[in-house]
Design a protein. Structure first.
Length: 419
């Protein structure tokens, strides 16, 4: 059965959902298992010796790209061996891999791919991403801002909806109406999931005192201990979203020690960071009566966050898939129109005097009579409408196989390194 595919390439994790185009009634998006924990897959690409990319596998950092999704538009390339890749090229490779996996399972290619992207992307970022997707042969891909995707997954989302997004690295707050971002803010300095892990790590270090500080940082066993402890701190943080007490195992040379951590203590560690994010959200909302606030991103599983947000908060069982499920549903709407045939209000009032917001946007409770109605707009922001020609590239990447140049390059470098 034909389907549309929603994809979200996050800084650490890539998720996908599909929505079928056949059948009667409202179609529910289905999260697609990509082989990693929780259904997604790590956003990592390792250039292997045979010139192909291994997806989602930890590997030699010289050959493994991670965190690229957050660097789209950054002129500094990601260098694997001695080969430079742009962040958008790597992001498009992830999308291509996901699309290929799903096509193999479904027996056909997606009718359309909807890639959710950070709300702060302007025409430049979107143009680069579109170009990279086209080079990868993904001509049927559309970009959709994450808060629009998130709200599209909710049938109640007719009036203004808040979207609070906190992932592993990124934070954003937005107010949206159907297919319009009315107000938004991103705070690059805002603590997110990895920073919470650091706070837990710091707590363990404090609790252990000298037993920790006297570890020899040059000893390879200490480096192994740090790596394992970081993973255990992250796991403890996740556990505390569902329970009140846990303990973090520390494998010291003298033996294992368990450091207890309660949810109350964890909340104390992260409270000021969370309050900061909530206050940015409140500034973006500026008193707009929201129908509800949708949570996006794995870090919003932390109960303290929903407890501090004002108004009605929509908490999904897996908020790290909220955007991708909505993206798939939005893709269905693009092709078939909304399920209930209700007209979609696309007008937007633009007025603001708050310098704290990145883009000037307006209060939404100002009477319509103060404004001239804006011209009709397309219901979905598909950019760029005027797609550039395919770029000529010095190398061609097909699917996930890399042409001989890079293969020779890795072989040559491996033999130079004596590997
Ligand atoms: N149960 C949980 N409790 C608290 N945090 C969690 C839980 N599950 C996952 N996380 C955190 O969510 C983060 C991953 O979320 P998500 O998959 O939305 O991130 P991402 O999309 O890769 O990153 P970003 O949106 O920042 O680019 C990680 O920091 C992870 O530790
Ligand atoms: Mg994300």
């Amino acid at each position: 059965m034909p389907y549309v595919l929603g994809v979200d390439v996050g800084t650490t994790r890539t998720a996908a959902a599909l929505c079928r185009l056949g059948g009667a009634g409202r179609a529910e998006p289905e999260v697609v298992g990509l082989g990693g924990p929780g259904g997604g897959v790590a956003s990592s690409l390792q250039l292997t010796a045979d010139g192909t990319f291994a997806v989602g596998e930890p590997g030699d950092p010289r050959w493994t790209a991670t965190g690229f999704a957050a660097r789209v538009g950054d002129g500094v390339p990601v260098v694997l061996g001695d080969e430079p890749f742009t962040a958008e090229e790597l992001t498009a490779l992830m999308v291509s891999w996901v699309a290929g996996q799903v096509a193999a399972r479904e027996g056909e290619r997606a009718e359309r791919i909807v890639l959710s992207h950070p709300v702060g992307w302007g025409a430049h970022h979107k143009g680069l991403m579109h170009q990279a997707l086209r080079v990868m042969g993904l001509d049927n891909a559309t970009l959709l801002a994450e808060p629009l995707a998130a709200a599209a997954g909710h049938s109640f989302a007719r009036g203004p909806v808040g979207v609070f997004s906190l992932g592993s690295h990124a934070f954003s707050a937005a107010v949206v109406r159907p297919f319009e971002v009315v107000a938004w803010a991103e705070s690059p300095d805002q603590d997110a999931g990895v920073d919470f892990d650091d706070l837990v790590f710091g707590h363990v270090r404090t609790e252990l005192g000298r037993a920790f500080t006297e570890l020899d940082p040059q000893d390879p066993r200490t480096r192994g201990l740090y790596g394992r402890l970081r993973r255990d701190c992250e796991a403890a943080k996740r556990v505390l979203s569902g329970t009140f007490e846990t303990a973090i195992p520390v494998h010291l040379p003298s033996g294992r020690v368990d450091v207890p951590l309660s949810r109350a203590k964890f909340d104390e560690l992260i409270r000021s960071s969370v309050e900061q994010a909530v206050s940015v959200f409140e500034r973006v909302v500026r008193g707009t009566p929201l129908e509800a606030t949708v949570l996006v991103g794995g870090s919003t599983r932390i109960p303290l966050i929903s407890s501090l947000l004002p108004g009605r908060v929509v908490f999904e069982a897996a908020p790290e898939t909220t955007a991708v499920k909505g993206a798939a549903l939005a893709g269905r709407h693009m092709l078939l129109g909304p399920d209930d045939n209700e007209p979609i209000e696309t007008s937007v009032l633009v007025r603001d005097d708050d310098p704290l917001l990145r883009f000037p946007v307006g209060d939404m409770d100002v009477p319509d009579t103060d404004f001239t109605a804006p011209p009709p707009r397309p219901p979905i922001d598909i950019t760029p409408l005027d797609l550039p020609e395919r770029r000529s590239v010095k190398r061609v990447v097909r699917g996930l196989a890399v042409t001989g140049g890079r293969r020779r390059s890795r072989d040559a470098q491996d033999s130079e390194d004596g590997r």
